[in-house]
Structures are given as structure tokens and as C-alpha cells.
Design a protein around this ligand. Structure first.
Ligand code: ADP
Length: 254
């Protein structure tokens, strides 16, 4: 009888433990949902005013370039524009994450020449950076059926990171190639600080940043997460490897 009683007490304990675990899981899920909701509302609310500020600054920039009397304020307008662009990118990243969480990252596919996209994107990044030498290599006739702007966003993320995490004056190379009848690949190689092997498997995780290195650079650890979701949406593969000597190579194949 004693043994039976002991068994009943044990079972009740286990049931209580399970109940508490379920309560804690539910509370965590509710908290996560609230956090996602907050992120969605905050990013939408921030987007409207920043878009207005950006448009006004563009008007100011034009006025400054056309009027010699306004030359004195040109550096201030330029500085403000640069910071507003940074803010816009951060808000866009938050909005993208919100879309991904809600399963609403829509892809608009069309056929385009990959080299043309690479050349345009590199040109824009060169204007924004100007501190690295960027090389482009590969097949000029590759056609891709994909979401042009989203693929450009992935390349732009790879390039921005390559600039951010490698010393001024170092080389960055973009390489595109056909893998087989139905797949093409794009890679970006830099000569930067590289990624510790222990962390390399996590760089595509949401909010992940390599602790030691990232504290010196701004960012939220979202660019690569969004990039991986974009490539997954195209049923492709994305990856990264450390180069034999220094730096990393980020790549995708679709
Ligand atoms: P972040 O905004 O922090 O750059 P990302 O998602 O683009 O976010 O990158 C995640 C992390 O991966 C970065 O914080 C950095 O630690 C690491 N990382 C990304 N690209 C590179 C690179 N080219 N070289 C070294 N580390 C990189």
C-alpha cells in the first residue's frame, strides 16, 4: 500500500511539473507574439516620418547643388542624408523581418541578366563606400528568373558586410557562374577579419552577431537572416566559408 501511495505522489508531482512547463511555454509564446507585434508597429510608425525627412533632404540637396549661396550648408545636408539612409535601411530590415514572421515575404519573379544587376549594384555600393577596390568576374550572359530587387538586396548585404568587416584599401570580388543547366551562383569574397569557426554556423540566424568583432560596427544582425530567407524563398542555397588566407566568401546558388 505504501508503495502504491508513493507512486501516486510521484505521478502527481510529474503531472504538476508538466502543467508548469506548459504554462511557461504558453507565457513565452505570448511574449514572443507581443514582441513581434511591437516590432511590426514600431517599424511601420517609424517608416512614415523617416520617408518624409528623406524626401525633404533630397529637395534640400538639389537646392544646395543649384545655389552657390547655400554651399556652406552642403556638408550638413550630406551628413544628414547619410544618416537618414542608414536609418531607412535599419527600418526596412525590421519591416522585412516582420513580413517574414508573418509569412508575407512576397517574391516578384521576372527574367533578367545577372551581370547587369551585379554591375549596377556594385556601382551604387562603390559610390556609398569608395574605400575598397571591387572586382567583378564571370559570365556576362547569365539570365536569371527571380525577384530582381530581392536578389539585389542579398548582393548589397554581402557587399556592405564585406566593406564593413575588412580594412580600407583591401579587395572585394564578386564572382558569378553557371553551375549546371538550371543553377547559377554568386559569391562575394573579401580580405577582412573573417568569422571564428565556432560562430560561422550561426551567421544566418536572426539577430546573430559575432560578439567579439561586431561591437565595433553598427548593425542588428538581421541582414544575413533576411538574405537567407530570400534565397530560401527561391528554393536556393546560401552559405559562407572562411578563405584559406584571410577574409570570408559569402555565396548563394539558385
Ligand atoms: P550586421 O548588421 O550585424 O552586419 P548581418 O546579419 O549582416 O548583421 O551579419 C551578422 C554577423 O555576421 C555580423 O554581425 C558579423 O559579426 C558577421 N559577418 C557578416 N559578414 C561578415 C564578413 N564579411 N566578415 C566578417 N564577419 C561578417
Amino acid at each position: 500500500l505504501d508503495q502504491l501511495e508513493a507512486e501516486i505522489i510521484e505521478r502527481k508531482k510529474a503531472e504538476e511539473e508538466l502543467r508548469l512547463q506548459q504554462v511557461s511555454i504558453k507565457a513565452t509564446e505570448e511574449l514572443m507574439a507581443k514582441k513581434d507585434e511591437f516590432m511590426s508597429i514600431a517599424s511601420h510608425e517609424l517608416k512614415t516620418p523617416i520617408t518624409t525627412v528623406k524626401a525633404s533632404l533630397q529637395v534640400l540637396e538639389k537646392m544646395v547643388s543649384q545655389n552657390d549661396d547655400l554651399k556652406g550648408i552642403a556638408p550638413f545636408v550630406q551628413r544628414s542624408s547619410k544618416q537618414v539612409n542608414k536609418l531607412t535601411n535599419l527600418i526596412d530590415e525590421l519591416l522585412d523581418v516582420t513580413r517574414i514572421q508573418a509569412g508575407r515575404l512576397e517574391l516578384k519573379r521576372s527574367e533578367f541578366n545577372l551581370m547587369e544587376l551585379v554591375t549596377e549594384c556594385v556601382e551604387q555600393c562603390r559610390l556609398a563606400d569608395g574605400k575598397h577596390s571591387i572586382g567583378i568576374r564571370g559570365d556576362e550572359s547569365l539570365l536569371l528568373f527571380a525577384d530582381h530587387d530581392r536578389i539585389e538586396q542579398v548582393l548589397s548585404n554581402f557587399l556592405t558586410n564585406a566593406f564593413k568587416y575588412s580594412p580600407e584599401g583591401s579587395a572585394v570580388e564578386v564572382h558569378i557562374e553557371r553551375l549546371d543547366d538550371s543553377r547559377v551562383s554568386l559569391s562575394v569574397t573579401d580580405e577582412g577579419i573573417g568569422i571564428p569557426e565556432a560562430n560561422i554556423g550561426h551567421v544566418f540566424d536572426r539577430f546573430f552577431r559575432v560578439e567579439k568583432t561586431s561591437q565595433n560596427y553598427s548593425g542588428m544582425g538581421l541582414g544575413l537572416y533576411i538574405s537567407s530567407q530570400i534565397i530560401q524563398g527561391h528554393h536556393g542555397e546560401i552559405g559562407v566559408r572562411n578563405n584559406p588566407l584571410k577574409g570570408v566568401t559569402f555565396w548563394f546558388a539558385i
